[in-house]
Design a protein around this ligand. Structure first.
Ligand SMILES: Nc1nc2c(ncn2[C@@H]2O[C@H](COP(=O)(O)OP(=O)(O)OP(=O)(O)O)[C@@H](O)[C@H]2O)c(=O)[nH]1
Ligand SMILES: [Mg+2]
Length: 605
């Protein structure tokens, strides 16, 4: 029987997980000598590469001496926390990375809490010790305090600690040790992570934690085998979360080796393999012995906290840029997403609209971004938090928020967050002269905050947050103050009109861009929406005769991205998303209807 170690690499966003996995792959000699490997090789999909963040957890395997180490790289961004939760059940240990300068951050707490809950002993890696301003001792104390606060047991409090610079390829037991290579970390994995329990001779029990597909063999389930063996060609029983069962033959069994996948004939308890042959295999399903099936617990992850209504584009420009525009197509695509993405939910709402729920704006935004790249066209409404009722009390999600700001912005940050119902829990002066402020804040208060915060801190503030828990609803929180500049006509925007409108606020559009009545073309400098005409072109001649040689000088418009739009829009607005454009519009395009709505709203206050 092969000696196996199964680990997940967990941390706050950007603390160096994927870079560390690169080094483990390289230094274990898993790659062939001639193999060319990209930096952060595990971040393999397009959006991951573009943004330099991990979105999906992925597994790889290395050999070290006589051991096989299965490694799962996980995403650090709070919105993808569900990915971390579902893989923790598949491993016997975690490497917890903590940035030697930033220290414990909101997502460090979230992932460590989950790992402790699964009874795992973390191998703590204080990473980026090469950074100026790194303070490994302080960070080590923070990790210890956090474990105490999380009610870690005695074994967990005896966690091993290493100091590393993943990027530079070394880890060591003591700061005084020489910077050499990753050997100490390999040794720590072998010594400190327990071997899988379970027996290859017992009846087969395995569980799917990731889905994949292959043009030739169809759906593939990446599974952890907890007991028994899986053999190519043999028949097994697939048990779903709802208890339904179906029998199928394993048509292909795939093992992992570095970034490669290899055909194998057999795998046994403790290992992680991919299987094909089960056409309706899903995340969380158990693969069991067909005569004595004992299913594993279905996976539970935290429920979504944010939802947004996605609907068919019904604006005047609908159908011009997208390939898939119908309600049926959108529904099909969303259903497919929900099969693999267990942290998200979808609910048809009638009227060609769907409620899509997830952990945050980024998670929903990435799904929308993927869809537009696939040729979809649709609209999104303003994100709303998912509230629920407990014992007759309305509850809403709260987040743990950490902001790092230069001292001079401390006041404005506290003031603005106060208005958004944040409660300050800690204020720590950091060694680099900045101030770290910690808050507990209703998730609602964070919607649209990032932009305001960056403006207030002149781009120098850093904010991080992650899900805390549901608490009693806190009443109204403030939203966007500036109104929208709304086009009152259909056509192509004219440079001169845009030039004239610039004094009214910040423009979102460029000349020749298509606009329509009810489309938002800028942010007004004042509260309240303003209907404006971006099509007036005749004045251009006046410009010339007035004797100025200067061409019309246009300020570069503010670029509307999917995520900035999700942050910006109000309840009476929508985002129109196509493969080519992201536009903002009023829900009702008719100015008369809008006036009446505005009046009704005012009267009701
Ligand atoms: N100075 C320094 N930078 C590092 C080190 N390790 C990683 N980085 C840098 O930190 C950044 C983030 O690295 P990643 O490996 O993508 O971090 P991650 O934890 O996988 O990020 P997510 O998956 O998005 O949560 C990259 O720019 C790395 O080059 C290190 O030891 N020292
Ligand atoms: Mg990563």
């Amino acid at each position: 029987m092969q000696k196996i170690k199964n680990i997940a690499v967990i941390a706050h966003v950007d603390h160096g997980k994927t870079t560390l996995v690169d080094q483990l792959l390289q230094q274990s000699g898993t790659y062939e000598a001639h193999q060319e490997v990209q930096e952060r090789a595990m971040d393999s999909n397009d959006i991951e590469k573009e943004r330099g963040i991990t979105i999906l957890s992925k597994n790889t395997a290395i050999t070290y001496g006589d051991h096989k180490i299965n490694i799962i790289d996980t995403p650090g961004h709070a919105d993808f926390g569900g990915e971390v939760e579902r893989v923790l059940k598949m491993v016997d240990g975690v490497l917890l990375l903590v940035d030697a300068q930033e220290g414990v951050m909101p997502q460090t707490k979230f992932v460590l809490k989950k790992a402790i809950g699964f009874g795992l002993i973390p191998v703590v890696v204080i990473n980026k010790i090469d950074k100026d301003g790194s303070d490994p001792d302080r960070v080590m104390d923070e990790v210890f305090d956090l474990l105490v606060a999380l009610d870690a047991n005695e074994d967990q409090l005896e966690f091993p600690v290493l100091y590393a610079a993943a990027r530079d390829g070394y880890a060591k037991w003591e700061m005084e040790d020489e910077n050499k290579d990753m050997t100490p970390l390999f040794d720590a994995i072998i010594d400190k992570v327990p071997y899988p329990v379970g027996s290859p001779d017992a009846d087969t029990q395995a569980q799917v934690f990731t889905l994949d597909s292959d043009n030739f063999v169809g759906r593939i389930g990446i599974t952890r085998i907890f007991n028994g063996k899986i053999k190519k060609g043999d028949e097994y029983l697939l048990v779903k979360a709802d208890g339904s069962k179906s029998k199928s033959r394993v048509s292909k069994l795939i093992g992992f080796k570095g970034l490669d996948r290899i055909d194998i004939n057999e795998a046994e308890a403790g290992d992680i393999v991919a299987i094909a042959g089960f056409s309706d295999i899903d995340v969380g399903d158990s693969v069991c012995d067909k005569t004595n099936p004992v299913a594993l617990d279905p996976m539970h992850v935290e429920e979504p906290t944010l939802s947004v209504i996605m609907s068919v584009n019904n604006g005047p420009l609908a159908g011009q840029e997208g390939k898939h525009v119908t309600s049926n197509k959108i529904q099909e695509r969303l259903e497919k997403e929900m099969e693999t993405n267990i942290a998200m939910r979808m609910e048809p709402m009638g009227d060609a609209s769907f409620k899509v729920s997830g952990r945050g704006e980024l998670q929903i935004g990435i799904l929308a971004e993927n869809m537009r790249r696939e040729g979809f066209e649709f609209m999104l409404a303003r994100p709303e938090v998912v509230t629920k009722e407990e014992n007759g009390v309305k509850m809403e999600p709260f987040e743990h928020l950490v902001v790092d700001v230069p001292e001079e912005f401390q006041g404005v940050a506290i003031e603005k967050l106060g208005k958004r119902k944040a409660n300050m829990t800690l204020l720590t002066p950091m060694p680099d002269g900045t101030i770290r402020l910690e808050f507990e804040i209703p998730a609602r208060g964070l919607i649209g905050f990032r932009n305001e915060f960056l403006t207030d801190t002149k781009g120098e503030g850093i904010m991080n947050h992650s899900y805390l828990e549901y608490r009693a609803y806190t009443g109204t929180v403030v939203s966007r103050t500036p109104g929208a500049l709304v086009s009152m006509d259909d056509g192509e925007a004219v440079a001169f009109s845009i030039f004239n409108l610039q004094s009214r606020g910040v423009m979102f559009i460029s000349p020749q861009e298509k606009v329509y009545s009810g489309m938002v073309i800028g942010e007004s400098a004042r509260p309240g929406d303003l209907d404006v005409n971006p099509l007036k072109g005749k004045a251009l001649t006046n410009m010339r005769t007035s004797g100025t040689d200067e061409a019309v000088k246009l300020v570069t418009p503010r670029k509307i991205t999917l995520e900035s739009a999700m942050e910006w829009i109000e309840e009476d607005e929508l985002i129109e998303i196509t493969p080519e454009s992201v536009r903002i519009r009023k829900k009702s395009l008719d100015p008369v209807v809008r006036k009446r709505q505005a009046r009704d709203k005012k009267n009701s206050k």
